[in-house]
Design a protein around this ligand. Structure first.
Ligand code: BES
Ligand code: ZN
Ligand code: ZN
Length: 493
C-alpha cells in the first residue's frame, strides 16, 4: 500500500476523499478546521446523524466548496477512551470503505491536539490500513478490488515518513506471515516452507541453514524424526540468522511450530474442522514474518529464528502411541498420543537453540493446545515462562500492540503431571487438566537455564468462531506475534 505524509492543509487538499475522525458525546470534528461555511452546514447535519460511535461512518459530497471531492466522517467513540487499537480498527474501516467504493486514493487528517502522541497515532493508522487491505485470494480467479493509496495529512511532517516506513515494514512482516500461513496443506509442505524461507533470505541478506530428514535423524532430533516419519513430505529444520548486533552479544532465539498439516497421526483427529489444521504452521510463519521485518528494519541485534517443520500423518511408518523417543536434549519421552506432536518438535528446536547459540532469551510461538482456547478463548494467547522479567517485558509489548496474552503458572506440580512410568516424560498430562500448562511443562524440560517464554497461539493465530471482529484482522491467519516481538526487540536498544 502506498502511504505518504503530506503537509497540505485539509481545506486545500485535492483528494478524492478527505477522512476525518469524529468523537462521541463531544461530537467534535477532529482536525477538519475551518472549511467553507456552506460545507459546515452539511457537516453539522451529518454530525447529528452519526453520533461518533466506533464504526459510524458518513460520507458527504463537497460540491466544489473545497478541493476534496468528498468528506468521510468516522466515529472513534468517546475521546477520553481512545486507544491505539481503536485507531488501528478505525483506520482499517476507512480503508475498507474507500476500497469498496472503488476509489484509488484518499487522505486522512492527523489532529493537532489528541490524547495519543503523533508517533503512535501514525503507526496505528499505517498498521490498520495496511493490515486491513489483506485478503487471501491467491486461489480465486476473481481478484478483490485494488488497494487505494493514502496521504496522511499532518502539519509538521518532520520524521513522519520514517515512522510510516517503519510501520509499513512491520505490517509487511505480518502480511508475509499470513500469506504463508493461509496456504493449503497440499501447496505448503515443509520443503515449500524452506523455499519461502530461502527466497526471503536471499532478498534480505540473512543466513539460512536447513537440515534435511537425514541430517535431522543423524543429529538426533528424535522428536522431529518421530513426528515427521509418517508423511511422504519429509521434515525440515530451518534456521535463520540475523547477526547484526555486537559480536559478543548473546543472540535472542525465536522458535515457531510449523506443522504444515496436523491430522493427529495414528491418534487421528475427528474430521470436524480438521481442515483448520493447515494453520498448525502459524508459529513458524510468525517467526518468518519477524525475521523478514527485523532484517528490513536493520535492527542492530543478534536474532536467530528456528522453525521445525513436519506434516503429522498416519501411515505405515508413523510413530505410534506407546513409542518411546529420545529427544535432542537426551531426555526420553513416552508417546501416549500422537496428536500431541507440537511439543516434540519444539522441544528439539528449543534444546538445539539453547545448545548451539547460548541465547540471552528463548521465545517460542505455537498453535500448541486446544485447551488454550478453552481457557482463554480466541482473543488472548497463553503465556508460560520460567522468567518473571521476560514475561513482564512480553506483557508490556503485548499491551502496546494489542496482541493480547495472559500468563499461566508453571510449577513443580505441573512438571510432575507429565512424568512417565517408563520414560523421563510422557507427551500428555493427566486427562484434560491444565492442558496448556502440561504442554508447556514438556517444553520446559528441553531448556536448562535460559530465560524462556512460550506463547500458545492456538486461539489467536487465525480467525475462529469467537474471534472479535477487527477490520485489520480479515478472515484467516492473523500473523499474531509479529508486531509483539518486533516491539519487544525494538525496546532492547
Ligand atoms: N495443533 C493442535 C492444537 C490445536 C487444536 C490448535 C485446535 C488449534 C486448534 C495440537 O497438536 C493438538 O492436537 N493438541 C492436542 C493435545 C492433546 C492430545 C493432549 C489437543 O489440544 O487436543
Ligand atoms: Zn496435534
Ligand atoms: Zn498440532
Amino acid at each position: 500500500m502506498k502511504i505518504k505524509a503530506d503537509n497540505t492543509k485539509p481545506n486545500k487538499k485535492k483528494t478524492q476523499i478527505l477522512c476525518s475522525l469524529v468523537s462521541e458525546k463531544s461530537n467534535e470534528l477532529i482536525g477538519l478546521g475551518k472549511l467553507n461555511p456552506k460545507l459546515n452546514g452539511a457537516l453539522k447535519q451529518s454530525l447529528k446523524e452519526i453520533k461518533g460511535k466506533i464504526g459510524d461512518l458518513s460520507i458527504i459530497q463537497t460540491f466544489g466548496t473545497i478541493p476534496a471531492n468528498k468528506i468521510l466522517l468516522e466515529g472513534i467513540g468517546p475521546k477520553n477512551k481512545i486507544t491505539t487499537d481503536i485507531l488501528r480498527m478505525v483506520s482499517g474501516n476507512i480503508s475498507q470503505k474507500v476500497r469498496s467504493l472503488g476509489i484509488s486514493e484518499f487522505s486522512l487528517i492527523v489532529p493537532e491536539k489528541f490524547p495519543i502522541d503523533v508517533k503512535s497515532f501514525v503507526t496505528a493508522v499505517v498498521e490498520g490500513a495496511t493490515l486491513s487491505m489483506y485478503s487471501f485470494n491467491k486461489y480465486k480467479n476473481e481478484k478483490s478490488q485494488q488497494t487505494p493509496s493514502l496521504s496522511i495529512l499532518i502539519s509538521n511532517p518532520h520524521k513522519i515518513q520514517e515512522i510510516i516506513s517503519k510501520a509499513q515494514i512491520v505490517s509487511e512482516g505480518v502480511l508475509f506471515a499470513r500469506s504463508i500461513a493461509n496456504l493449503p496443506p497440499n501447496d505448503c509442505p515443509p520443503d515449500q516452507l524452506v523455499r519461502f524461507a530461502k527466497a526471503m533470505v536471499r532478498k534480505n541478506k540473512l543466513i539460512c541453514k536447513v537440515f534435511s530428514k537425514k541430517e535431522i535423524k543423524q543429529k538426533k532430533f528424535g522428536g522431529i524424526t518421530a513426528v515427521g516419519q509418517g508423511s511422504v513430505n519429509e521434515p525440515k529444520l530451518i534456521v535463520l540468522e540475523h547477526l547484526k548486533g555486537k559480536r559478543n552479544d548473546k543472540p535472542i532465539v525465536i522458535v515457531g511450530k510449523a506443522v504444515t498439516f496436523d491430522t493427529g497421526g495414528i491418534s487421528l483427529k475427528p474430521s470436524d474442522k480438521m481442515d483448520e489444521m493447515k494453520f498448525d504452521k502459524c508459529g513458524g510463519c510468525t517467526v518468518l514474518g519477524i525475521m523478514k521485518a527485523v532484517s528490513e528494519l536493520k535492527l542492530p541485534i543478534n536474532l536467530v529464528g528456528i522453525i521445525p517443520s513436519v506434516e503429522n500423518m498416519p501411515g505405515r511408518e508413523s510413530y505410534r502411541p506407546g513409542d518411546i523417543v529420545r529427544l535432542y536434549s537426551g531426555k526420553t519421552a513416552e508417546i501416549l498420543n500422537t496428536d500431541a506432536e507440537g511439543r516434540l518438535i519444539l522441544a528439539d528446536a528449543l534444546s538445539y537453540g539453547e545448545k548451539k547459540y547460548s541465547p540471552s532469551v528463548l521465545i517460542d510461538f505455537a498453535t500448541l493446545t486446544g485447551a488454550c482456547i478453552v481457557a482463554l478463548g480466541n482473543n488472548v494467547a497463553g503465556l508460560v515462562s520460567n522468567d518473571k522479567k521476560l514475561a513482564n517485558n512480553i506483557l508490556n509489548s503485548s499491551e502496546k500492540t494489542s496482541e493480547e496474552v495472559w500468563e499461566l503458572p508453571l510449577n513443580q506440580d505441573y512438571m510432575d503431571m507429565i512424568k512417565s512410568n517408563v520414560a523421563d516424560m510422557k507427551n500428555i498430562g493427566k486427562g484434560r487438566a491444565a492442558g496448556t500448562i502440561t504442554a508447556a511443562a514438556f517444553l520446559a524440560n528441553a531448556i536448562n537455564n535460559t530465560p524462556w517464554a512460550h506463547i500458545d497461539i492456538a486461539g489467536t493465530a487465525w480467525t475462529q468462531d469467537a474471534t472479535k471482529k477487527k477490520s485489520y484482522n480479515p478472515k484467516g491467519a492473523t500473523g499474531f506475534g509479529v508486531r509483539l516481538v518486533i516491539d519487544f526487540l525494538s525496546r532492547l536498544n
